[in-house]
Design a protein around this ligand. Structure first.
Ligand SMILES: C[C@@]1(CC(=O)O)C2=NC(=C\c3[nH]c(c(CCC(=O)O)c3CC(=O)O)Cc3[nH]c(c(CC(=O)O)c3CCC(=O)O)/C=C3\N/C(=C\2)[C@@H](CCC(=O)O)[C@]3(C)CC(=O)O)/[C@H]1CCC(=O)O
Ligand SMILES: NC(=O)c1ccc[n+]([C@@H]2O[C@H](COP(=O)([O-])OP(=O)(O)OC[C@H]3O[C@@H](n4cnc5c(N)ncnc54)[C@H](O)[C@@H]3O)[C@@H](O)[C@H]2O)c1
Length: 279
């Protein structure tokens, strides 16, 4: 990271908003609304959607049809402050800036957090580009400087991941849940011991190894590790030696040795050939 750039101030508070079963009003049914719907569904929110059917995008229509239990759709325009009743969050995705402004002002009066696509100065929060792999969510924000750049950064981050991270994190979640059953409670010496042990498991096991944490391996790790106050490696836990493939022939017959010697022989033969032609 560049030394000259301050990391204090001038950014946003990035949080993982717990939206499960909260009421979210989305006004507008175009393509941007469809992206908002997908984001809210990711967080298990309950959606009320207001948009005249003639402006509803096919993606939005598909979501309305697929998630009738999560989306209540009304084929009409936003009618006034009564629409905000019991709403925990409001998102506008309209082709009408003045209407968006009005809705945002009503939300502010009612102290409901609001995002207006396209009008940053009215937003209580911005959306970001997102990388998702099961429980792993990475949000990228350029804080309004360059939304397209956020989308490009997403591609870079996706390229740097192996695709196994989400699965590994899921297994860690299962291990933590079972550890908490054995060692319940919040805080105190037991809490500290639990946190230290969990951190050590995550530091010691790599992503690939963590994906091996099935039901039996978790039970074994808790018996042999947690109960004995140690963190065995996966190999130790499964009774495997570090060197998984024991060599069945002498070292000088290994593939690297054969490759090196054959390359040397080929080089020497070529040199002899070239020198003999020059004579
Ligand atoms: C990240 C993403 C998330 C999402 O919307 O879900 C997102 N915009 C995305 C795409 C995108 N949006 C636009 C383009 C055209 C190219 C360009 O302008 O770059 C592209 C590119 C494309 O479509 O690929 C046009 C645009 N966007 C805003 C304005 C108004 C303005 O800037 O004044 C204008 C019109 C500008 C003008 O008139 O010139 C404003 C906002 N857009 C934000 C989020 C918030 C800031 C986030 C941040 O800075 O990080 C903020 C402030 C409010 C908000 O909407 O929450 C999503 C990519 C997701 C993905 O691909 O994964
Ligand atoms: N991520 C971003 O920030 C981003 C990216 C691209 C575009 N935008 C902007 O977001 C806005 C929406 O984009 P879009 O492509 O979805 O537009 P769109 O024109 O396809 O959709 C607008 C929707 O709003 C509905 N609508 C209009 N007035 C309404 C009202 N009073 N009540 C209820 N519904 C109403 C229309 O029927 C339509 O469904 C545009 O202003 C666009 O410039 C934002």
């Amino acid at each position: 990271m560049a030394e000259s750039r301050s990391s204090v101030g001038g950014g946003s508070l990035l949080v993982a908003w717990q939206l499960k079963d909260k009421n979210v009003l989305i006004v507008g049914g175009g393509e941007v609304a469809s992206q908002r719907i997908e984001s809210v569904l990711t967080g298990d929110g309950l959606i009320t959607l207001l948009a005249p059917s003639k402006g509803v995008h096919t993606r939005t229509k598909h979501l309305i049809d697929t998630y009738p239990d999560r989306i209540t759709y009304y084929d009409r325009r936003f009618s006034g402050p009564a629409e905000l009743h019991k709403m925990d969050m409001v998102l506008t995705a309209l082709d009408d800036v003045n209407r968006s402004r009005e809705i945002c002002e009503l939300c502010r009066k009612a102290k409901i957090p609001v995002n207006a696509a396209d009008i940053p100065d009215l937003c209580d929060f911005y959306f970001g580009a997102q990388v998702r792999d099961g429980p792993l969510q990475i949000m990228i924000s350029t804080n309004g400087n360059g939304p397209r750049m956020a989308a490009l950064m997403k591609k870079k981050i996706e390229g740097a991941l192996s695709g196994k991270e989400g699965g590994a994190i899921e297994k860690v979640g299962e291990l933590r849940a079972q550890l908490k059953e054995r060692a319940p409670g919040v805080g105190g010496p037991l809490g500290r011991k639990r946190m230290k042990w969990m951190s050590e498991v995550c530091n010691t096991w790599d992503i690939d190894e963590l994906t091996h944490l099935d039901h039996d391996t978790i039970a074994k790790l808790l018996d042999e590790g947690w109960e004995k106050n140690t963190v065995p490696t996966l190999d130790q836990l499964l009774g495997r030696s570090k060197q998984i493939c024991s060599p069945r022939y002498p070292a000088f017959l290994s593939s690297q040795w054969l490759l090196a010697t054959s390359s040397f022989a080929l080089g020497a033969a070529c040199t002899v050939l070239v020198l003999s032609r020059r004579k």
